[in-house]
Write a protein that binds this ligand. Structure first.
Ligand code: TRP
Ligand code: ZN
Length: 876
């Protein structure tokens, strides 16, 4: 057990920094075991802070060698070290030059925060609070400084020395050399970066709209150069898109991306020097799936877009994290929608939101998009801050329209450039640019929980009047018992009995409108009256998923009708999914009562219809064919039953595979790819549809087809789709496929991650024994976050029927992994706790076992504060 209780930070306690740092000079002497960091800080009292506020510098694990103020050595009595690693300087002058020298050990740094080594090279990660592991500094985003960085290193071991901004000088003789980088833009410490080592670059150029020539470099290990093309192409398209759509240009002469295989998250937007997980840079057709290609495009764009939304305009404090993350996710979603199929992109994003954010919002870690408090900020890089945050930006976009939103962005940037600001500043810019009062939208930032809406309607044939009543309600979450109504834009239309879209006229309007319109539900209950409605219509609600809410209680006959007729592709897809979900939940109940599982012929009919119309849009058809996931179904139940859900889904897949066998096979055969491998939206869509067919055919018992596809595959998408299906089954085909895949890819980290993940997610009765055995595999490495996630998180989050095995062994496996990982990498360990927090939504027996494991985690000596926060909140 921890002997202290970690401090909780509250949003309401914000106070401006006591001192500002106008300029920072950093000088590194790189050495894996003992790196020296000399820092020169030009400090001055912040006029906006109390005149006697102490000069406190954050630090974490730093060994101070020397400290001087304006050239004079500071005596020990003026240096006060805090238990948290900080350094306070007694009797500070109103302004001065503070110089410190510290020593750190990058090769011993397994947390991957601060300066660390990977494969013999040096990398940094400073967001959110990693800079304090490099030097003493007011490590908070509202202290913005201009940086000059000098790096000395061994010429042979570190031929490449990178930092933010522009390279201004270099030199050195003999074994060591040095370079100096200067970043002209003031920035918070979390955007500092340094990369050094034996790296090679793939280079290109981009000319901005106003004629700036930008050198683009992607830095990778020798041998990886041939797999950078897609990342580079994505970068250039992102740069062009941000100019065209938002009028935002790049603002330095060089843009560097460095790829590293030991990395805590996806990527990091450091000014002028993005650092990426190799997973989001390297791709070749043989080794990367179509999903990987799309992930690279999205993440490259996301980090690039941060240059304006995050870097030029940054966050005042970490409670405002969604100011940059929600907005930047919204921007990368729009970019990807413009690059491919907007409808399919929206479906995927909503699927992701429901798979991760909805459960979070209904569980013990539920928090508002702008949280009120935290113990460890690392724990708040969540689906709520990112995905729900993006949905809230989208709500505002929907409410005020694209043109006003663009004016709002211009205003937001003009007003706040080079400043650290709050979510209010963003909403105010949107409000001022649109002239629409957005004050009630703050409810979306400050209330946790997913609002639920329900519709009721009435048709009066004599008056030809249709009344639609919408109600909303947000369930209570911890610390927020009573919720206010929030403004919910409901994009909608009315379909006539013939399935045709009808013009709509509200009672308050003079003329009818055609197509989709947006109602604004602001109160707990509101009625909308439509006139001149010739026949009882079917309402199509929440088109394009116009708000992150749960729409409850749409009757099945309407779902079927909408799935076929609606003009909005999202609602067509959604209605099919909701129909299937409602059938499946009924079957789960039957399974629990011990009754035989029947079959709803309408599901086979829907599959047949989808296949018949698939030519028009294969990617959409693929989305429509996939049954609602196990997690989505569990999230619909008060008390989940992961085993019953799994059985029902498997049963349905097999039944559909049998009943639609010939049509599925015909589609599968027709989509065989004969030409050269291509990665474009159409080709990706065809592969997705073909693999969706393969999944049903395999579920119906035909494993020969999957085996044949696996043996013949020339691209990773087809190979992996087949391998996943084989790995789910039994017998020699499974073992042979896994062995040959491993033999072929043993030298490729990113592909081996897939090999681990596929086995961890195979819903076989021996899954727990398998993951335990894989943990002892020579290729397993707990220290590498990608590898740790590929086995542990894939199992706990991606294999619910086995994770929730009634023996409790799945829970024990996860807790063991968290306890082993915590001292190595506390951020990753804390992230793994999540699935154990869902105990309230499990049976009493499972819940007791889950709580026992959470308690065991909490009882571990010296637990990191992040893991403490997750495990203790999970138990509440
Ligand atoms: N800001 C980064 C992004 O949005 C994510 C990030 C935050 C991160 N903290 C991190 C990445 C720590 C790596 C490690 O893309
Ligand atoms: Zn981001």
């Amino acid at each position: 057990m921890r002997t202290d209780t970690p401090v909780t930070i509250h949003r309401q306690d914000y106070a401006p920094p006591a001192f500002l740092v106008d300029r920072v000079g950093l000088e590194f002497r790189l050495d894996p075991a003992a790196t020296e960091v000399r820092a020169r800080l030009a400090l001055r009292r912040n006029p906006a802070a109390a005149a006697d506020a102490p000069l406190r510098l954050d630090g974490d694990g730093l060994a101070l060698q020397e400290a001087r103020m304006d050239g004079t050595v500071l005596p020990p009595e003026r240096l006060v070290f805090g238990a948290d690693g900080s350094l306070t300087i007694a009797d500070p002058p109103a302004s001065g030059l503070l110089e410190t020298l510290v020593r750190i050990a990058p090769e011993a740094n397994t947390s991957l925060m601060g300066l660390y080594t990977s494969g013999g090279n040096f990398y940094t990660q400073c967001e959110a609070e990693g800079f304090r592991r490099i030097t003493f500094f007011p490590d908070r985003p509202d202290v913005m400084s201009r940086y000059t960085v000098t790096i000395h290193a061994d010429r042979l071991r570190c031929p490449v020395l990178l930092s933010n901004g522009n390279l201004v000088e270099q030199g050195g003789e003999g074994a060591t050399h040095w370079v100096r980088w200067e970043d002209p833009h003031p920035k918070p410490s979390y955007l500092f970066a340094l990369v050094a080592g034996d790296l090679v670059s793939v280079s290109d150029r981009f000319t901005t709209r106003s004629g700036r020539e930008v050198a683009l470099h992607i830095w990778v290990r020798r041998g990886d150069e041939s797999r950078c093309g897609h990342a580079m192409d994505s970068l250039k398209r992102s740069m062009a898109w941000d100019e065209e759509v938002f009028g935002l240009e790049y603002d330095l002469d060089v843009f560097n991306i460095a790829a590293v295989s030991d990395f805590n998250m996806g990527a990091m937007e450091n000014k002028g020097l993005n650092v990426f997980n190799t997973k989001y840079v390297l791709a070749s057709p043989e080794s990367a799936t179509d999903g990987d290609w799309q992930g690279i495009e999205t993440v490259v764009a996301h980090e690039y877009f941060h240059n304006w939304t995050g870097n030029r305009v940054t966050c005042r404090d970490w409670f405002q994290l969604s100011l940059k993350e929600g907005l930047t996710v919204f921007r990368d979603q729009e970019f990807s929608a413009d690059m491919g199929s907007r409808a399919v992109k929206r479906i995927r994003d909503v699927r992701g939101l429901r798979a991760a954010q909805f459960p979070e919002d209904a569980g013990p870690m539920a928090h508002p998009v702008r949280p009120d408090s935290y113990i460890e900020i690392d724990n708040f890089y969540t689906p709520t801050v990112y995905q729900k945050g993006a949905e809230v930006v989208r709500l505002i976009h929907t409410r005020i329209g694209a043109a006003a939103f663009r004016r709002g962005m211009d205003l937001y940037i003009a007003r706040n450039d080079n400043q650290a600001v709050t979510i209010e500043d963003f909403v105010r810019a949107m409000q001022d640019a649109s002239g629409i009062d957005l004050s009630s939208f703050m409810g979306w930032y400050d209330q946790a929980g997913t609002p639920e809406i329900a519709a009721e309607d009435r048709y009066d044939p004599a008056a030809r009047r249709y009344t639609l009543t919408l109600r909303q309600q947000t369930p209570p979450t911890r610390g927020q018992a009573d919720k206010r109504p929030v403004p919910i834009p409901v994009a909608m239309g009315l379909l006539g009995p013939d399935g045709r879209e009808q013009p709509t006229r509200l009672a308050s309007e003079n003329a009818a409108q055609s197509g989709t319109r947006t109602l604004l539900l602001e109160a707990a209950e509101q009625s909308f009256v439509f006139e001149d409605v010739p026949a009882p219509p079917v309402p199509s609600l929440l088109r394009g998923f116009s708000a992150p809410v749960r729409l409850r209680g749409v009757p099945r006959d309407r779902l079927r009708f909408l799935a076929v007729h609606d003009t909005d592709p999202f609602v067509r897809w959604e209605s099919g999914q909701q129909y299937a979900a409602s059938v499946m939940l009924e079957m789960v109940a039957a399974q629990q009562r011990g009754e035989a599982l029947g079959f709803d012929a309408a599901l086979a009919e829907a599959v047949a219809n989808t296949l018949a119309a698939a030519d028009a849009d294969p990617a959409f058809a693929a989305e429509a064919l996939v049954l609602p996931g196990e997690g989505f179904l569990a999230d619909q139940m008060e008390i989940a039953d992961p085993v019953a859900i799994h059985l029902v889904r498997r049963h349905l897949r097999a039944e559909i595979g049998r009943r639609c066998g010939p049509a599925l096979r015909a589609t599968y055969d027709a989509l065989a790819d004969h030409g050269p491998y291509r990665i474009d939206g159409a080709s990706i869509g065809r592969r997705a549809l073909r693999n969706a067919c393969l999944a049903y055919l395999t579920a119906a018992g035909d494993t020969a087809l999957a085996k044949a596809q696996f043996d013949a595959a020339t691209n990773m998408t087809d190979s992996l789709a087949a391998l996943a299906l084989l790995a789910d089954g039994d017998g020699p085909a499974r073992e042979a496929a896994l062995a040959s895949f491993h033999a072929r890819w043993r030298g490729d980290d990113l592909v081996l991650d897939k090999w681990f993940a596929i086995q961890a997610m195979a819903a076989r009765p021996d899954a727990i024994a398998q993951v335990r055995a894989l943990q002892a595999h020579p290729d397993f490495d707990l220290k590498n976050p990608n590898r740790a996630r590929s086995l542990i998180a894939s199992f706990a989050a991606g294999n619910p029927s086995q994770f929730h095995d009634l023996s409790g062994e799945g829970y024990r496996f996860l807790a063991d992994a968290v306890i082993a990982l915590d001292p190595v990498n506390g951020s990753i360990a804390a992230r793994l706790v999540g699935p154990l927090g869902q105990w309230r939504r499990q049976s009493a027996a499972r819940g007791a076992l889950m709580r026992r494991e959470l308690q065991r985690v909490l009882d571990t000596p010296d637990l990191s504060k992040g893991t403490f926060e997750k495990a203790s909140k999970a138990l509440l």
